[in-house]
Design a protein around this ligand. Structure first.
Ligand SMILES: [Zn+2]
Length: 425
């Protein structure tokens, strides 16, 4: 290791108790969303930044859901320019809000206590994602101490309003603050230290309403009935699963190389589902009584788009299937595009190399089924990766993170940010 890199590792080792204390207190600073009031947790972060003498802005388009933005370093050279003094702009992003706890059923620890037991820190947000956000904050603080020697620019964004995909967090910053776009983004959402997430499938939800003539159940010659029409229509919609994804060569290679890993992590068959359009009929309602031919039926389809399939392709097919029937109407009720970046991008390779160096971990680039704020950067064509701890109890009872894993995430993020900025990109 170069001197700087060893210094960074030494600082983290020396800060072990401080890091643990920070995460415990971060968990105690409740920030469930809904309702999404994150001010107490934001204050915890700004207190730390103040102690470290780090300038920062609190950006609050919605008063109860503030975001924190801090940055140092030179304005970045234009991409592709060969400027020896120039550097790249890395953005560290993490969310502050967490899932709610409800009545706390099933918890053996106080969900807001930050209790340590068996080498683990328990509490809502322990893995999703106050561990990862702590890694971003400390990475920023450590690299700031080396700012005179670092090339490029480092930006920290701690955001609210992620858990409900609300408009006041990263979405607001991306739309209103081009200074947080950067050349690449690193985020510590949970997954596992064994994978680097470079993409996410996208959900497209459609609601169908089918009407027909309602008559007595014996008068089958007068009406087919809305439920039967819906059943036939659903059968036809399943053909959407045959739409072929056309991912780029790199994406196809990464998905193929991760097959065994995905089946192990998400159950046998996961590797077949990741690159494929899937159609789930999530709800269906119709009919009033067994001996009546129903005049109405409605159902909702959750169509998951893999990388390399456009919404327009799906919609064109749905319009074709519905054809000129006047008894069927449908509407879009939700859509998030599938998103990805190059799984072998320089930042991903840097994460992979550092994980190998620190813990001899062979990382795997993967596509996730869930959604994170990384999608917002990827939508702009900016490489954005998630590297975080295991998702123990995420969204459920006894959420926790192992202390050693937490420290590994902090070290990895810190060295990755250092290496990324020091390399000539
Ligand atoms: Zn999260």
């Amino acid at each position: 290791m170069t001197t700087d890199r060893q210094t960074l590792v030494d600082w983290i080792d020396a800060d072990r108790e401080r890091l643990i204390d920070f995460l415990q207190a971060f968990i105690r600073a409740k920030s469930p969303n809904p309702p999404g009031d994150t001010r107490q947790a934001v204050e915890h972060i700004t207190n730390f930044l103040d102690q470290e003498g780090l300038e920062h802005e609190v950006v609050a388009p919605q008063a109860e859901m503030p975001n924190i933005v801090a940055a140092f370093g030179d304005p970045v050279r234009a991409k592709g320019q060969d400027d020896p003094n120039g550097g790249r702009h890395l953005v560290l992003n993490g969310h502050i809000d967490v899932f709610p706890v409800g009545e706390g059923h099933g918890w053996t620890a106080d969900p807001w206590g930050g209790e340590i037991r068996d080498g683990k820190i328990f509490g809502r947000g322990a893995c999703d994602m106050k561990c990862g956000t702590t890694a971003s904050i400390f990475t920023y603080a450590y690299l700031h101490r080396l700012k005179d020697r670092l090339k490029g620019r480092l930006t920290l964004t701690c955001v609210s309003d992620e858990e409900t995909f609300g408009p006041w967090g990263a979405r607001w910053l991306i739309a209103n603050r081009p200074d947080v776009h950067g050349d690449a983004m690193l985020n510590g959402e949970p997954g596992s230290p064994y994978n680097i997430r470079f993409g996410e499938k996208g959900p497209l939800w459609l609601r169908f309403n089918v009407r027909s003539r309602g008559v007595h159940g014996a008068y089958a010659h007068l009406s087919e009935g809305a439920v039967k029409t819906s059943m036939a229509l659903i059968g036809e919609l399943m053909a959407l699963e045959d739409i072929e994804a056309k991912p780029s060569h790199n994406i196809a290679r990464a998905i193929d190389e991760a097959r065994d890993y995905l089946n192990l992590a998400m159950g046998e068959g996961a590797s077949d589902v990741i690159p494929k359009v899937t159609v789930n009929i999530g709800t269906i309602e119709g009919g009033l009584k067994v001996n009546m031919i129903p005049d109405h039926c409605s159902f909702e389809a959750d169509i998951r788009l893999p990388l390399g399939v456009e919404k327009e392709t799906i919609m064109a097919e749905v319009i074709k299937i519905v054809g000129d029937r006047t008894d069927v109407e449908f509407e879009e009720i939700n859509f998030t595009p599938p998103n990805w970046c190059d799984p072998y991008d320089d930042l991903a390779e840097t994460i992979s190399a550092v994980a190998k160096e620190l813990k001899d971990i062979d990382t795997m680039p993967i596509v996730s089924l869930g959604t994170t704020d990384a999608r917002l950067w990827r939508a702009l064509g900016i490489p954005a990766f998630n590297y975080g701890p295991f998702a123990h109890g995420m969204g459920g009872a006894d959420e926790h993170v192992e202390i050693e894993e937490f420290l590994h995430i902090v070290k990895t993020h810190t060295l990755v940010a250092y290496d990324f900025l020091m390399a000539t990109g």
